[in-house]
Design a protein around this ligand. Structure first.
Ligand code: NDP
Length: 345
């Protein structure tokens, strides 16, 4: 076997604020043939997700951060190009966590084989993967929507939000989205079946929300924080549930906002309106994966749940595509096509 050169995106510096191209470097590493039990994987799709911003900071959290000089972490779909493992054959497609690189030698631990006849392989990183499971468990297990509830979803057309909104609609709820661009709001209503969608770019977000949530809000699925949280919070009904999934508007902050501290008012509302607020970390919901895969696959097949992918070609574009997550540049699940997908040719 000829040696293969892996192209790798390395975290060079810890970003301050929005990550810049200068915070990363490109490395080329020549890989030898797989040893006993090993595989050579070629990355087809790399998932770009907001959580990666947290991994760039040297701050202890629910998962270890990336050391400078290391390859950036991330979920991937790859093809096996060489195998010395009895469990994998050349041509197998696998879901893994091999990071921002074109090739890797792997011992097979934690890889899951994908069947391209069941679903497009890219969906294992989106609607049928981590973001989809987050949406499913975060809405159904934490949000506990009841028929006719009003459910509000922020980042409503994104990888997580689009699935939350559609499951809420399928569950018989009135679903209101909050998104950025007008085009995204239109898509939320026309394609995803939201009852209404308002833009957080509007200076009148709060009044617009009041109009589309005349009976208040029973479940809020929080992906954004900041002004979006502020706008929704006051409309939460007695006994409302809030799933805290993400706070993307804060991920690049370098200092605390000088805005007035609303904490006493928020605590009082939690008390008097008996609100239930719970965070989600998707890793805690592995036990929900079988139900999630069965339900979401069924809804996709029946045409009740749609998904959209935003595929950017080339590992060299990963940093600029990642930056776009924080400006709403992505429209759908953001993926990098690192190399050709033979199932789509
Ligand atoms: P998306 O596909 O939704 O992409 C991110 C979107 O967030 C952007 O397109 C943009 O949408 C919106 N956004 C970005 N910055 C801002 C801002 N300052 N104000 C308002 N909206 C903003 O990403 P994901 O679906 O992958 O992730 C959504 C959230 O879920 C993130 O907060 C993420 O961290 C979280 N998450 C949490 C998990 C968990 O286990 N807790 C697991 C997976 C995701 P728009 O153009 O509409 O503004």
């Amino acid at each position: 076997m000829k040696p293969v050169t892996s192209r790798q995106v390395i975290l060079a510096n810890r970003p301050l604020g929005v990550p810049q191209a200068s915070d990363f470097s490109i490395n080329e590493q020549v890989l030898g043939a797989p040893g006993p039990g090993e595989l050579l994987l070629r990355t087809i799709y790399l998932s770009l997700d907001p959580y990666m911003r947290g991994r760039m900071n040297a701050v202890a959290s629910y998962a270890p951060y990336v050391q400078t000089g290391e390859v950036m972490v991330g979920g991937t779909v790859s093809i096996v190009e060489a195998s010395k493992s009895p469990s994998f054959s050349i041509g197998d497609f696998v879901l893994g966590y091999t990071g921002w690189q074109s090739h890797v030698l792997h011992d097979g631990t934690g890889l899951r084989k994908l069947d391209p006849r069941q679903a497009p392989i890219s969906t294992a990183l989106g609607v049928l993967g981590m973001p989809g499971l987050t949406a499913y468990a975060g809405l159904l297990d934490i949000g506990q929507p009841k028929k006719s509830d009003t459910v509000v979803v922020s980042a409503a057309t994104g990888a997580v939000g689009s699935v939350v909104g559609q499951i809420a609609r399928i569950s018989g709820c009135r679903v209101v989205g909050i998104a950025g661009a007008k085009e995204k709001c239109g898509y939320a209503v026309e394609e995803l079946g939201y009852h209404a969608c308002v833009s957080h770019h509007s200076t009148d977000l709060k009044n617009q929300l009041a109009e589309v949530c005349p009976d208040g809000v029973d479940v809020y699925f929080e992906n954004v924080g900041g002004i979006v949280f502020d706008a929704v919070f006051d409309y939460l009904n007695v006994g409302a549930r809030m799933t805290v999934c993400g706070m993307i508007s804060h991920y690049n902050e370098t200092a605390r906002s000088p805005k007035p501290d609303r904490l006493p008012q928020i605590m009082r509302a939690i008390l008097t309106r008996r609100l239930k607020i719970q965070g989600i970390i998707v890793f805690d919901y592995a036990h929900r994966e079988p139900d999630f895969l069965a339900d979401v696959s069924k809804w996709i097949q029946k045409g009740e749940l749609r998904y959209r992918e935003d595929i950017v070609d080339g590992l060299d574009n990963a940093v600029s595509a990642f930056q776009g997550l924080f400006t709403g540049n992505n429209f759908g699940k953001l993926l990098i096509r690192v190399s050709d997908d033979p199932t789509r040719e």
